[in-house]
Design a protein around this ligand. Structure first.
Ligand code: ADP
Ligand code: ADP
Length: 228
């Protein structure tokens, strides 16, 4: 069964802006799909619909066979925003553990899971740091760790590497591939403006046309980094 299914999806905002016209998309478990297209073509809007942060004005969006809101409440879906927002007064560990705290997990459990997630993104040793002590790339890693901590089945990332310098970008791309390969059938969707990132980092590329806001073609690319 599809992890994400969009059927005839349209989104028109209250001010009359038609961001999406007729989006058709199915994503299977374990896919790593990049979304490319010019600025303003509706990439963030598609992600917000899949995350259940907005509702379509036409068509249906389903995530793991249920509504996006319910899938998100289960903790099955995690969203990494373009600008990582971390609690400035809380340690890196507490920031990462936040989703578990909201879920009601115990203190020791939270700390252990947070530290594991931090290790995955190469931030062990920084558990007690405050966000302001970290570089932009490290803050993005914290944000990814916070998304991974609840072991989501679906990870949505809106331009996770856009604001990073080249070295940090390459390091984080490597981490993402490693995490994706290790996770059992985790599905990842991410937005990028970088064609190389799309080609080398995904199993499929969803190309969005600027007008009238639709996924013009979902191109299949060869899997560049096979899972062992
Ligand atoms: P992208 O992520 O591809 O840059 P977006 O999904 O952010 O594109 O935006 C698609 C279109 O919808 C743009 O024209 C944008 O200005 C418009 N838009 C996005 N959010 C809103 C909103 N809340 N209200 C009105 N228009 C919006
Ligand atoms: P990006 O294109 O980098 O994904 P955003 O998703 O934040 O950036 O916004 C995309 C576009 O949507 C921008 O042009 C922004 O001005 C527009 N937009 C966002 N929110 C609103 C809103 N409430 N009303 C009108 N336009 C909006």
């Amino acid at each position: 069964a599809a992890v994400v299914a969009l059927d005839g999806v349209g989104k028109t905002f209250a001010n009359g802006t038609a961001a999406l016209a007729d989006v058709q998309l199915e994503v299977a478990p374990g896919e790593l799909v990049s979304f490319v297209g010019p600025s303003g073509c509706g990439k963030s809007t598609v992600f917000r619909l899949i995350a259940g942060l907005a509702d379509p004005t036409r068509g249906t969006v389903s995530v793991m066979g249920t509504s996006p809101q319910r899938a998100r409440r289960d903790g099955s879906v995690a969203y990494v925003f373009q600008d990582p927002t971390l609690l400035p007064w809380a340690s890196v560990r507490d920031n990462v553990a936040l989703p578990l705290r909201l879920r009601g997990d115990g203190r020791r459990e939270r700390a252990a899971a947070a530290d594991r997630a931090l290790e995955l993104v190469g931030l062990d040793g920084h558990e007690r740091d405050l966000p302001r002590q970290l570089s932009g790339g490290m803050r993005m890693r914290v944000s990814i760790a916070r998304a991974l901590v609840s072991r989501p089945r679906l990870l949505l990332m809106d331009e996770p590497f856009g604001a990073l310098d080249e070295i940090t970008r390459q390091a984080l791309q490597g981490e993402l591939l490693r995490i994706w390969r290790q996770a059992d059938d985790m599905t990842v969707l991410f937005v990028t403006h970088n064609v190389f990132e799309a080609v080398y980092l995904s199993t499929r590329i969803a190309v969005m046309a600027p007008r009238p806001g639709r996924i013009a073609a979902a191109l299949t690319v060869a899997e560049p980094y096979p899972r062992e």
